[in-house]
Design a protein around this ligand. Structure first.
Ligand code: ADP
Ligand code: MG
Length: 322
């Protein structure tokens, strides 16, 4: 019911950026190659994500707003080898509990698509619609029915900052996907599909081009790839440090430490290196089920991982003679 959905929503949807994260990840899971994010008023009045992914059938479109409706996990065993971003089947249900949602979707193989409007978890409209392949989801007036949540939001610049943070993470993890973002009709990013180094430069600026040291290391259990910034490029803020595990952005102080100790002696005090590092490992040895927003994960053997990352970064710094 809608109260249970609203309570569940509290965990998944904390602010506009949470909606952005969930919608972008769904578009990635759907195999989108072009993803557009449209935001108005830092996400307060509109968050729209348009993709050219596989779309949904009428039934799937309707089902997608049911809690625990996920098309991504079918057996208990699947839970241990998750490769998709989503798997809980809570995001759309949670979002639709606290906003006005309109979905347009069409599968390539269908003649007609579907338009669906959901408000406070209630389906207000469902009709066939001639629309293009893929999915567009608009989330309007977030928290319109939860004033306490709405009042808790920070200023527009702060909320927008959280949104661009999420956009950065998805964009870095998926450089092969073309992505764009506008806020109040102003283009903020227009990212072509390409290599990771190009994506970093398009996101953060031309001056990053000469600062990236590639990082590559493979052991029987773990593969580490990506870039670290040259030591002289380090900044006084911690903001630009990215870890991805099996394509998923994670926060982990222990692993941050593995990188910063590799830089030891090369950095001025209180300076933080830039890095974008990808860890690939058997999903069996990562538990991503510990937090609803999935940014915290648990590793079977985090010491081993620490060692691999530390040595990967040391090696790449060494090979550049810095
Ligand atoms: P989850 O991603 O955990 O499965 P969500 O609530 O985010 O749960 O989405 C529910 C379901 O709706 C997904 O499993 C998927 O089948 C469908 N879905 C959501 N967004 C899209 C999209 N952009 N394209 C295709 N299918 C989608
Ligand atoms: Mg999802």
């Amino acid at each position: 019911d809608s109260i249970a959905n609203q309570i569940a929503a509290g965990e998944v949807v904390q602010r506009p950026a949470s909606v952005v994260k969930e919608l972008l990840e769904n578009s990635i899971d759907a195999g989108g190659t072009q993803i557009k994010l449209v935001v108005k008023d830092a996400g307060r009045t509109l968050i729209q994500v348009i993709d050219d992914g596989k779309g949904m059938s009428v039934t799937d479109a309707r089902m997608s707003f049911e809690r625990h409706a996920t098309s991504k996990i079918r057996t208990a065993e699947d839970l241990f080898k998750i490769r998709t971003m989503g798997f809980r089947g809570e995001a759309l249900a949670s979002i639709a509990a606290v906003a006005q949602v309109e979905m347009r979707t069409k599968r390539r193989e269908d003649e007609l698509g579907t338009i669906l409007q959901v408000e406070s978890s209630e389906i207000k409209k469902q009709e066939p619609l001639a629309t293009k392949d893929g999915t567009s989801i608009s989330v309007k007036n977030l928290f319109y029915n939860v004033p306490a949540r709405r009042n808790f939001l920070k200023s527009n610049p702060v909320e927008l900052r959280h949104i661009t943070d999420e956009f950065h993470r998805v964009a870095l993890a998926n450089p092969e996907v073309a992505m764009s973002m506008t806020n109040n009709d102003l283009e903020m990013y227009q990212l072509e599909a390409g290599k990771l180094s190009k994506r970093i430069v398009q996101l953060f600026g031309k001056n990053y081009q000469q600062q990236l040291i590639p990082c590559d290391e493979e052991t029987p259990h773990v593969k580490v790839t990506g870039y670290v910034g040259k030591p002289e490029f380090a900044k006084k803020t911690r903001g630009e440090q990215f870890f991805f595990v099996n394509g998923r952005y994670i926060r982990n102080n222990y692993l941050n430490h593995a990188v910063s100790t590799a830089f030891q002696g090369l950095l001025k005090e209180d300076y933080f290196p830039f890095y974008v590092l990808f860890v690939e490992m058997d999903p069996l040895h990562v538990d991503i089920n510990v937090h609803p927003t999935k940014t915290e994960v648990k590793f079977d053997d985090d010491r081993m991982l620490y060692g691999v990352i530390n040595s990967a970064v040391r090696q790449s710094l060494g090979s550049f003679n810095v």
